[in-house]
Design a binder for this molecule. Structure first.
Ligand code: AVJ
Ligand code: FE
Length: 433
């Protein structure tokens, strides 16, 4: 690509990303922007400010001597980067009235002018990649903002667009068998990826089995009805402590009315649909279900090989369906506008060569792998990913809130083991007989 073509592609991607952020908050009332309903969520006003601030942080790295427009707002806007001064406590984002919403929108616009100017001034491929990272960072926050809007507003949120749900294809369930051997884990494509997806490296896998579909609500209900939350036997010790401490007896956002379970989310208050993938379970719950079912969670390498490897052709693709971009008939991502998971079997076009369905989209899938750097890891941006290499598990695949430009089959998401307000489920794996 020529420098000019690279520049205009980057501006287009930047503009589209900024527009998506605005689209998400367009129907909010002023009051909605400032409220923090849990210490782990952030008020919409904060997300708007922070996604702008990261571009300033990036520009300051590219161009030493860069003068921040944000100045004394930095403490509020800085999420967790010690290198840029003292970030404010995450739990206090909802107790400050300043910066005002108007200041945050002015800052949003000013950032747009500066970043566009920066790109038009000419960027090396490395610096262009840094700005690209800023757009991918904004996509991550769009998804986090959607989790937070569900916590804040649930069915009172009015999305800019609602799509139509695909028809699920007949029979679902079952497992596929994947042949082991040496597998090359990590991103090998030519586009953007995060530092934690590199370097590519070989891992050895034994033969294994993996669910052809994510575990559904119906299957999870069997675990619940069998006293899954009532017996320590299925649980890791830390998980059992969380069950008792938090009084967990179902996935988050479920409430029982008479004999029926309901959930109240962005797609409205609905009866739990037994055919949809289970969502809003912690790592501990996913792990306990697997043990109850006589199975285990997949490692991230097992997940990735089942998603991307074509055994017959001995090739690896960027997505389960090949190298083509995500589309509405392949996966339920943000662009589908469904605001919920779709039933298992809804995306036959998105299946992997191994026969696994819905690996990308719907709900992120817990794996048993610790989130640490791959062998040979080199940081692409200090403190962004690398300082979180402890106490978190890897999730793969993406959710119905993930913007499609920001997902790849090698993407490694990560959360703490007891977190469950994000859109996360799992599939089971097992040792091959
Ligand atoms: C990858 C979703 C765990 O929530 O901190 C946002 C994403 N990184 N800003 C997070 C992220 C920097 C990250 N997760
Ligand atoms: Fe961030």
């Amino acid at each position: 690509m020529t420098a000019v073509a690279r520049e205009s592609a980057l501006i287009d991607q930047f503009d589209a990303t900024r527009e998506r952020t605005l689209e998400l908050v367009r129907t909010l009332e002023r009051d909605d922007f400032v409220v923090q309903t849990a210490p782990y969520m952030s008020p919409p006003k904060w997300h708007l400010g922070h996604v702008s601030w990261i571009y300033e942080a990036i520009m300051s790295k590219i161009s030493p001597g860069y003068e921040f427009y944000s100045g004394d707002l930095a403490g509020y806007l800085n999420s967790y980067y010690q290198q840029f001064g003292s970030p404010m406590d995450k739990g206090r984002r909802g107790v400050v009235s300043r910066p005002t919403l108007e200041q945050i929108f002015d800052y949003f616009e000013e950032t747009n002018r500066r970043v566009r100017g920066f790109i038009e001034g000419g960027l090396s491929p490395d610096n262009s990649r840094m700005i690209t990272m800023g757009t991918h960072h904004e996509c991550q926050h769009q998804e986090l903002l959607i989790y937070d809007l569900q916590h804040l507003l649930a069915s009172e949120y009015r999305p800019a667009r609602r799509g139509t749900e695909p028809k699920p294809a007949g029979e679902t369930g079952g497992t596929v068998r994947v042949k082991g051997g040496l597998y090359t884990l990590g991103y090998g494509g030519g586009g953007f990826c995060y530092d934690v997806e590199l370097p590519e490296h070989r891992v050895y896998l034994e033969d294994y089995t993996i669910g052809a579909y994510p575990v559904t609500n119906g299957e999870y209900l069997l675990f619940m009805e069998d006293g899954g939350y009532g017996s320590y036997r299925h649980w890791l010790s830390d998980g059992w402590d969380r069950v008792k401490e938090n009084g967990w007896n179902s996935p988050m956002y479920w409430e029982k009315e008479g004999d029926e379970w309901y959930t109240n989310g962005l797609a409205g208050r609905r009866k739990i649909n037994p055919k949809e993938p289970v969502c809003h379970v912690s790592f501990y719950e996913a792990d306990a279900y697997c043990r109850w079912a006589g199975k285990r969670l997949p490692t991230e390498a097992e997940w990735e090989k089942a998603a991307l490897w074509n055994e017959e052709e001995q090739t690896k693709s960027v997505f389960p369906w090949g190298d083509g971009a995500p589309s509405e008939d392949r996966a339920n991502l943000y662009e589908s506008g469904l605001w919920k998971c779709t039933e298992a079997g809804s995306y036959p076009e998105g299946a992997s060569p191994s026969g696994c369905h819905q690996m990308v989209g719907d709900a992120w899938e817990w794996t048993s792998s610790e989130f640490v750097g791959y062998p040979g890891f080199r940081s692409g941006f200090d403190e962004y990913n690398d300082k979180w290499f402890t106490g978190q598990k890897v999730l793969r695949g993406g959710s119905y809130a993930t913007p499609s430009m920001a997902i790849r089959g090698t993407y490694r998401n990560f959360f703490r083991l007891d977190e469950r307000w994000m859109f996360c489920g799992f599939r089971c794996a097992g040792d091959a007989p």
